[in-house]
Write a protein that binds this ligand. Structure first.
Ligand code: WT7
Length: 633
């Protein structure tokens, strides 16, 4: 590892080939990046076959994830900033926590959790704003061996309650309020509402963030600043088996309730650390900024675990890209001399709309690398990122991965030849394949279902509380491989181009939403008889949410009802699930066996009403004419 980049681009292919040819040798060597209590002697031990299905990595090793992110840096970089916090309001002061301070604060937090009775294997839900205490809470759980389940602060009380109930959390960590784009987010109020719905909740630990007055229920609610007074800043790190769960993160699928994706301790941490190091060519103490929220896997892997395992200075941003001005991101880059910026295409598209002025008004000379994540980046946004933001100087790292994969899977490495819109080539140890609808492997230039043909250390280990759902969701359709749910094209150079989801999952501003979830929320409304939800192309969000709603007999369609339904979904799930368009439909296109033909609904939502294909199998073809005539555009 010498030269301009962590991995010499000329060596990438050989290293990738070695990672596949000698996986044990490759991964045991990589495992030395971590600080083990007992170093592993075994690497991957897995089978995707139904009769012997299992996934284990480094199973005889033991370690503690928080110790890897904190303690091992104390000898070399105790005073280096670990977390650099930029507040929502640029008029407020940033905060810096050195590795020594983050270590001490994590220990104190861990001792508070222990004092509240929490320990190894307990599930602790975290519903926090983007403040350093959110990262501290994750690390404190990891330190005592508790399993954290972070719920994005934008989710509703209902969604929070459902996720707590699913994993049986008795302890919730939240804050009085959050701040975002100059507005307050009433987290504690939502937590109280969630406690009304889920009665298994015994304790709410409340971090004082804005100082707002919030009701505290004696016997249940505890202020963190009161609980931590006088608590020791030393807390031994619990030794954990490599395969012990580190966290649960709920994510939407094509059917049913969101599932609790379960990640391991060692394999996950190694994947987050290695990808963060190699893909972002990270060099401490430079400042690295992943502009995601800790509520998503991107925040877990690339704000907290990967960067801290690598001794980075990780910037945590409380705010939003376009407040108070559309220069905000670039001003933060200048203010903190950010070298590496990692953000989402949806943010870039929104900022692109403001023109080049707000970007050009800033320097950005510190930027070295630019990352993209969450959805396919359209070539236009790619070029703007590259030419305007990076002034042609910074490689664009379009990283394809998923909550389930723990970290980057198909991604460029810096220095490699790039193509705008392509996530390029697989990372070390990753063996992608394209399959046709019948499961046949496609070779050469092709387009099909993207699957991964072997296990990798960062792979999810299960669905919380549902032993069979992991296998059924990811290994049933195409036996022997991991099915991603994405489609992709491979070009003549072997580069991959992700085309988007091939299932009933939609990607709204880089956030994953199950159409079935939005439908369930809609039909809970007293006026709604039936609902069908599809995605449609949206110029900023990537995909928007289009809902077809059949009202109950006697209910009058109106704009007021349309607004009411939007508010209803916001309240049931959260603002990210708000439908962009609602079309009242007297009937939905169904086959004679009663199955809704989503293909037709998608076409109409996309405005492609000319090519609806064969509608003769519909129970009532006249329904389609009404849908086309009343399309909401
Ligand atoms: C889905 C996973 C990856 C962490 C954040 C989202 C889409 C993600 C890319 C990319 C094209 C992408 C896929 C994937 N996606 N990154 N670089 N190019 N598509 O995690 O919520 O689990 O969503 O996001 O469709 O399946 P997630």
């Amino acid at each position: 590892m010498s030269g301009q980049w962590t991995i010499d681009p000329a060596e990438r292919a050989a290293l990738h080939a070695r990672s596949l040819a000698d996986p044990d040798g490759f991964w045991l060597e990589q495992a030395r990046r971590l600080d083990w209590i007992t170093p592993p002697r075994t690497a991957g031990d897995w089978s995707f076959a139904e009769e012997d299905f299992h996934v284990r990595w480094f199973a005889d090793g033991t370690l503690n994830v928080a110790a890897n992110c904190l303690d091992r840096h104390l000898a070399t970089r105790a005073d280096q900033t670990a977390i650099l916090w930029e507040p929502d309001d640029p008029a407020h002061a940033p905060r810096r926590l050195s590795y020594a301070e983050l270590h001490a604060e994590t220990c104190r937090f861990a001792n508070v959790l222990k004092g509240l009775g929490a320990g190894k294997g307990d599930r602790i839900t975290i519903y926090m704003p983007m403040i350093p205490e959110a990262a501290v809470a994750l690390l404190a759980c990891a330190r005592i061996g508790a399993i954290h389940s972070v719920v994005f602060g934008g989710f509703s009380a209902d969604a929070l309650a459902g996720r707590m109930a699913d994993c049986g959390s008795t302890l919730l960590i939240t804050a009085d309020e959050g701040r975002r784009g100059g507005k307050r987010v009433p987290l504690k109020t939502c937590a109280d509402e969630a406690a009304q719905i889920y009665d298994g909740l015994k304790t709410i630990l409340v971090v004082r963030a804005t100082g707002a007055e919030v009701p505290m229920q004696p016997g249940r609610d505890v202020w963190y600043d009161e609980a931590v007074a006088g608590v020791a800043a030393e807390c031994p790190a619990e030794p954990m088996a490599a395969e012990d769960p580190l966290f649960i993160l709920y994510t939407s699928g094509s059917t049913g309730k969101p599932k609790g994706v379960l990640h391991s301790s060692a394999g996950y941490l190694l994947w987050a650390a290695l990808t963060h190091q190699v893909v972002f060519d990270h060099r401490p103490p430079e400042t690295y900024w992943c502009a995601a929220d800790i509520g998503w896997v991107t925040g877990h892997s690339y704000i907290v675990y990967g960067p801290l395992a690598n001794g980075a200075t990780t910037l945590m941003f409380e705010g939003v890209p376009n407040w108070p001005t559309p220069s905000r991101i670039w001003e933060v880059v200048d203010r903190h001399q950010v070298s590496i910026l990692y953000t989402a295409p949806t943010a870039l598209r929104a900022l692109m709309k403001e023109g080049d002025g707000p970007v050009r008004a800033t320097s950005r000379a510190s930027l070295r690398l630019l990352g993209s994540v969450g959805e396919p980046i359209n070539p236009e946004a790619w070029r703007w990122y590259h030419d305007v933001v990076g002034e042609g100087r910074c490689p664009i790292l379009d990283t394809w991965w998923q909550t389930e994969t723990g970290g980057h899977m198909i991604t460029p490495l810096p220095g490699m030849p790039l193509k705008p819109g392509s996530a390029t080539l697989p990372f070390f140890g990753v063996e992608p394949r394209l399959l046709d609808g019948e499961g046949r492997t496609l070779t050469g230039e092709a387009e099909g279902n993207l699957v991964i043909a072997r296990s990798w250390p960062g792979q999810m280990r299960g669905v919380w509380g549902d032993e069979t759902r992991f296998f059924e969701t990811y290994f049933r359709t195409f036996p022997g491989v991991y099915t991603t749910g994405d489609g992709a094209r491979r070009d003549a150079d072997g580069y991959y181009w992700i085309t988007g989801r091939v299932d009933d999952v939609i990607n709204v501003s880089g956030h994953r939403m199950g159409t079935a979830e939005v439908e369930s929320a809609l039909v809970l409304h007293e006026s709604v008889a039936e609902a069908a939800v599809v995605g449609f192309p949206h110029d900023v969000k990537g995909q928007g949410i289009y809902a077809y709603v059949t009202l109950n007999a006697g209910v009058e369609a109106s704009d007021a009802l349309r607004r009411g339904l939007r508010d209803w979904v916001r309240h049931e799930i959260g603002p990210i699930a708000t439908p962009d368009a609602i079309q009242f439909a007297p009937g939905l296109p169904k086959t004679r066996s009663g199955k809704i033909m989503r293909r037709i609904l998608r076409k109409i939502a996309e405005g492609e009403t000319g090519g609806l294909g064969d509608v003769s199998t519909l129970a009532d073809p006249a329904v389609v004419e009404d849908l086309v005539a009343n399309r909401v555009g």
